[in-house]
Design a binder for this molecule. Structure first.
Ligand SMILES: Cc1cc2nc3c(=O)[nH]c(=O)nc-3n(C[C@H](O)[C@H](O)[C@H](O)COP(=O)(O)OP(=O)(O)OC[C@H]3O[C@@H](n4cnc5c(N)ncnc54)[C@H](O)[C@@H]3O)c2cc1C
Length: 571
């Protein structure tokens, strides 16, 4: 009662302090809501990249999806799904183990909408030229708004080629799993697959003792007489545990192997997968990531014993593509909010967008974002079913290089965009804090930054076709910009030396970030020179190329005395 009176008193006091016209004037300097826009129709860079890379036929579908993703309703659902994150229920009221994850209804609505669009399956369900590019454009728009739901969608999309590859050897895969992975009606029920309309698949590789180095996995698999396996051990990160199955790695007698581990067994009982707890994560809060234990859990071997990594790598490649698309979406989602705010907000008598220094910031954000989108859809084209050998060789080096570079760019782009909104950007309702918390994740999972750069190094040292395809792609822009030509000449020299004593960037592994970054900015510069407006291409080449990938940490030059510096800092 007392509190109420104080509130009333404060309310009337504040009204007497500022007159209605004054309040109106103050509000006039707040921008209109950002949401309620078509994310496809308002994105020239995305539209032209999608059409250029082979998805012109998908225009209507992408426009429709752009209206859904950019709607006020989707933004509200995204905020809600992240505010009211998943909760673990280990037991029912009778004390039976249930290991259920309970989600806010907003999560289910977002999942249902993205599955209707086919983010988990469209290139497999409707294969045609440009299908991967069309999906990438759709996924990118989703990433501008909400990211947690993308985790199970990505993993299902990425697991599909692995299961398809093994369906001949395991006919029940073809009968039960494959059609349900292609179905578009979201079915979150915990039932045997035969009773479900659709299926989602996750991935379990990371254990406590090591994530990047999966050879250290200790989960054991033993084969029963009927050919089924029993898995005993744990996974330290096991996202989307409510998926109908996970592809997991475990040590079988023949070595590290890949298994399909269902959540519910064909007889309706729960598989022996215990969820110990959900991770309390920085971001990605709408999605459940768990720690699990397998207590002689049932699983089926995919491929041969000892071939786990080669079997699951096809899934990993596709999840890496999605990390790249996701990071580009995060950058675009943040940069457009910055542009919107600056177009409406006045400071010191002019719109922010008219202030020369702010123009520099906004233009830089726009250039970075346009380059990211162009790179992303160019890479998506290499994943098409009809991609040539040359395209696949190009992907071998471009995928890890872009996974490293674009995922690394996202946190700083999002942070800078947030600053454009001033205090409003730091407040949850702007959605920028959510994008900011999400931004580092793509760089950590599915091959962290260094692991990607070492992969680039491996590809350039061991796979001449990959280097050849990369240089052929860069040659398409030759003569378009002198800075780009100089950069590509330097990169070519470094690549030619890659197998020699001096190694990449003159110091082998330690210089791998310079190599990967140097490749990524060269590819971006080439795409900008060929396809972007001259001002955008010139700005990109003038500001990004001479640093040879040194826009990130971990790019100290040869002879920097890293060991000595670390020793000094550790004393
Ligand atoms: C939110 C979230 C959800 C996740 N969900 C899943 C999931 O569903 N399934 C799953 O299997 N995993 C999942 N992961 C785990 C993730 O894939 C791993 O965290 C990641 O692979 C890194 O493994 P690690 O944490 O063991 O780190 P480590 O492997 O210990 O690596 C630590 C750091 O060292 C670097 N590094 C490693 N080796 C080298 C080297 N030789 N030279 C230089 N640097 C090196 C890495 O780049 C990294 O920066 C998830 C992680 C997060 C954060």
């Amino acid at each position: 009662m007392k509190q109420l009176k104080i509130k009333e008193a404060l309310g009337s006091a504040s009204l007497t302090r500022a007159s209605a016209p004054e309040l109106e004037a103050a509000n006039a300097n707040q921008p209109p809501p950002f949401e309620g826009r078509n994310l496809y129709l308002t994105d020239r860079a995305l539209r032209s990249a999608a059409e250029r890379e082979g998805a012109a036929w998908a225009r209507e579908r992408l426009e429709a999806w752009g209206a859904v993703t950019g709607s006020a309703e989707t933004y509200a659902l995204a905020a809600r799904a992240n505010r009211f994150g998943p909760e673990l229920e280990t037991h029912d009221r009778f004390g039976n183990r249930i290991d259920e994850v309970v989600f806010d209804p907003a999560w289910h609505l977002l999942m249902a909408s993205a599955m209707r669009e086919g983010e988990h399956c469209s290139p497999w369900a409707e294969p045609r030229a440009g299908a991967q590019v069309a999906r990438a454009a759709a996924y990118l728009m989703h990433a501008e708004v909400e990211n947690g739901t993308q985790c199970p969608l990505t993993m299902t999309y990425a697991a599909f080629p692995v299961l398809r590859r093994h369906q001949q050897a395991l006919p029940w895969l073809a009968q039960l799993w494959v059609p349900r992975m292609l179905a578009r009606d979201y079915d979150p029920r915990a039932l045997p697959l035969a009773d479900k309309t659709s299926a989602l698949i996750g991935m379990g590789m990371t254990e406590r003792q090591g994530g990047s180095d999966v050879r250290a996995n200790t989960t054991r698999a033993i084969c029963l007489s009927d050919g089924e396996y029993r898995l005993t051990g744990h996974k330290w990160f096991f996202s989307a545990p409510m998926c109908d199955a996970h592809l997991v790695l475990a040590q079988a007698p023949g070595g590290l192997s890949c298994f399909l581990l269902p959540r519910i067994l064909p007889d309706g009982t729960r598989n022996a997968v215990r969820i110990n707890r959900l991770k309390d994560k920085l971001g990605n809060r709408s999605n459940a990531s768990s720690e699990v234990e397998f207590d002689a859990a049932s699983a089926w071997l995919l491929g041969d014993e000892g071939r786990g990594v080669p079997v699951i790598i096809e899934m990993v490649q596709h999840t890496r593509l999605d990390c790249i698309i996701g990071s580009s979406g995060l950058m675009r989602g943040a940069a457009t909010q910055a542009l919107h705010h600056a177009a409406h907000r006045f400071a010191f008598g002019k719109r922010l967008v008219e202030a020369p220094l702010m123009q520099n910031v906004l233009a830089d954000l726009a250039v970075e974002t346009e380059a990211a989108i162009a790179l992303t859809l160019r890479l998506a084209r290499t994943f098409e079913a009809d991609a040539s050998d040359g395209e696949r060789a190009f992907a071998r080096v471009a995928t890890p290089a872009l996974k490293y570079w674009l995922c690394k760019r996202a946190p700083s782009v999002v942070a800078e965009a947030m600053e454009v909104l001033g205090g409003n950007g730091y407040v949850e309702e702007s959605a920028l804090p959510r994008l900011y918390r999400e931004a580092p994740l793509n760089s950590i999972w599915e091959g962290s930054g260094n692991v990607m750069c070492l992969d680039v190094l491996r590809a350039t040292r061991r796979e001449p076709a990959a280097v050849e395809a990369l240089l052929a792609e860069l040659a398409l822009a030759r003569g378009g910009n002198s800075r780009l030509d100089t950069h590509v000449a330097a990169l070519t020299a470094v690549l030619a030396d890659a197998g020699g004593d001096r190694g990449i960037a003159e110091n082998g592994e330690s210089g791998a970030r310079r190599l990967a970054g140097g490749i990524a900015v060269a590819l971006a510069g080439a795409l900008m020179v060929r396809h972007a407006a001259p001002a955008v291409a010139d700005a990109y080449c003038a500001s990004r190329l001479d640093r040879f990938g040194a826009g990130a940490l971990g790019t100290l030059p040869q002879g920097a005395g890293c060991a000595e510096i670390i020793a000094q800092a550790s004393r």
